[in-house]
Design a binder for this molecule. Structure first.
Ligand code: DX5
Ligand code: ZN
Length: 223
């Protein structure tokens, strides 16, 4: 059975205690750390870049899943690889030469992922799917943590799973945005293998990040 990976997004973490936040979720069983890089152009928000990836690399052995919400990501692939990223995800909407960008990521020895905004049809994957290790379905419009899950994306995840299964390659299917215990099981049943969660884990009013990771894990246990 595929291990469902939980990937806390540090976007909503307390940046004054980032090391503690990461250690807590790692000890609670998080599988990857999701790192949201935004450039203020592709998305209407700015976050952080290579130095944060490099800092995370020093404090955790967990794979760093770097989500590039930036225009022309090819400018920075090498720098993110050097900083210690394990996987780089680029948006199809930001890459007119997507095939080349994916090859560049693979040549760097990293997992290559493609992300789709909610309004981008799955047909955008058709020609690139055989070349990627990971597909990320945005379940909110990218740019901010803490937004509401777009229900219609559940059906998109189901269709993406069918496309991947038809290809017969072990491609991870990741969902990102508004994920929490209330929709996690439905997403896994629809075929998701990686659950990104930011606000639910790091802004949990009812407890600590570690407990939130455990609750998310519990929500996806087969009954
Ligand atoms: C949104 C980012 C997400 C975000 C998810 O643009 O790509 O990774 O942090 O956060 P939540 O879980 O808060 O929706
Ligand atoms: Zn993300």
């Amino acid at each position: 059975m595929t291990r469902i990976r939980i990937a806390p997004s540090i976007l909503s973490a307390d940046f004054t205690c980032l090391a503690r936040a990461v250690t807590e979720v790692a000890e609670a069983g998080a599988d990857w750390i999701h790192v949201d890089v935004m450039d203020g152009h592709f998305v209407p928000n700015l976050t952080f870049g290579m130095p944060i990836v490099a800092a995370l690399r020093r404090i955790t052995p967990l794979p760093l899943d770097v989500h590039l919400m930036i225009e022309a990501p090819e400018r920075y692939l090498e720098a993110f690889a050097r900083a210690g990223a394990d996987g780089l995800i680029v948006h199809v909407e930001a890459c007119p030469h997507l095939h080349r960008v994916i090859q560049q990521i693979r040549e760097l020895g990293l997992r290559a992922g493609v992300a789709l905004n909610p309004a981008t049809p799955l047909s955008a994957l058709e020609e690139i799917l055989p070349d990627v290790d990971q597909v990320l379905i945005m379940t909110v419009n990218p740019g901010f943590g803490g937004q509401a899950f777009i229900e219609r994306m559940l059906e998109k995840v189901r269709r993406a799973r069918k496309m991947i299964d038809a290809l017969g390659r072990p491609i991870e299917l990741e969902v990102d945005g508004g994920v929490g215990p209330e929709n996690a099981l439905a997403l896994v049943e629809a075929g998701a293998t990686v659950l990104v969660a930011g606000a639910y884990i790091f802004e949990a009013p009812q407890g600590q990040p570690a407990e939130a990771v455990q609750r998310l894990r519990k929500a996806i246990q087969p009954q």
